[in-house]
Design a protein around this ligand. Structure first.
Ligand code: ADP
Length: 260
């Protein structure tokens, strides 16, 4: 409450970056990183002339190296700035590029903030139109730190339509609204599955996302089905929007991209 009462300190733009879009979720495992990756790729596919970046701000559980198939360590410029790694025409930076894949990261909050500051300020982004930021699950230190330090154009919330996930998203939504960070909308993930026998869509968790969206007056950007092709392509480091561009799933992600 005190932090909110204090209001926002002066934010400082990231050199070369026009728009910063945060991707946030309540719970972990609801598909936030998958959405971040496919949203970044969708924006590039929809607007090839624009430069898109992806910043993995999940210091403890970075997913971008796997999902974007990037494993090298970034090189440094003469000014000691990290050069983002590039795949699918997306410039990426992640804590995962700096620590070994299986190394435990045992850090206190202050060290996390220092790492985050590095990922934000010590990167040679050059020129980026949209920087998609994959944030850790929930709304904690990292989110507050991002909101207080950089200008955020908008937030995309990712959730499943389950009470446990939605409850946390609601608290996050209140935080963003109180701190006057624009919310672009909600992506409801794992909404339905296709019956392998009759091909009809089976809704998995009900429609509480719509109720929540109405309550907070924010739009539902789209609903992504639960499909093994998403996991399989992610695990291979090829986002579904690239792997199966005309699939229902890819179309849904592109539809979200159109609303950014
Ligand atoms: P989070 O970032 O919220 O922790 P992830 O994006 O890492 O979640 O997704 C968790 C797991 O669920 C991953 O294995 C991912 O491939 C899978 N997944 C995410 N969305 C879908 C979906 N719509 N259909 C199938 N699998 C999905």
């Amino acid at each position: 409450k005190n932090i909110m009462a204090r209001g926002l300190p002066k934010v400082k733009p990231i050199n070369g970056v026009k728009h910063i879009v945060l991707v946030a979720s309540g719970k972990g495992g609801v598909g936030k990183s998958t959405t971040s990756v496919n949203l970044a790729v969708s924006l590039k596919v929809l607007q090839p002339e624009k430069n898109v970046g992806l910043l993995d701000a999940d210091v403890f559980g970075p997913s971008i190296p796997l999902m974007m198939n990037l494993k090298e360590t970034p090189l440094l410029t003469k000014d000691n700035l990290m050069k983002p790694l590039i795949n699918y025409n997306i410039k990426c930076i992640s804590m995962g590029f700096l620590v070994a894949e299986d190394a435990p990261v045992i850090w206190r909050g202050l060290m996390v903030m220092q790492a985050l500051e590095k990922l934000l300020r010590q990167v040679f982004w050059d020129s980026i139109d949209y920087l998609i930021v994959d944030t850790p699950p929930g709304t904690g230190d990292t989110h507050l730190s991002l909101i207080q330090n950089i200008p955020i154009s908008g937030v995309v919330l990712v959730t499943t339509s389950q009470t446990a996930a939605l409850n946390v998203v609601k608290r996050g939504t209140k935080m963003f609204q109180q701190l006057k960070v624009p919310i672009i909308g909600i992506v409801e993930n794992m909404s339905s599955i296709k019956c392998p026998v009759c091909a009809s869509n089976i809704t998995l968790f009900g429609d509480d996302t719509s109720k929540m969206a109405k309550e907070f007056q924010i739009p539902v950007l789209d609903r992504i089905p639960l499909d093994q092709s998403i996991t399989n392509s992610s695990d291979k480091g090829v986002p579904i929007v690239i792997a199966e561009p005309s699939s229902v799933e890819a179309e849904a992600y592109k539809n979200v991209g159109k609303k950014i």
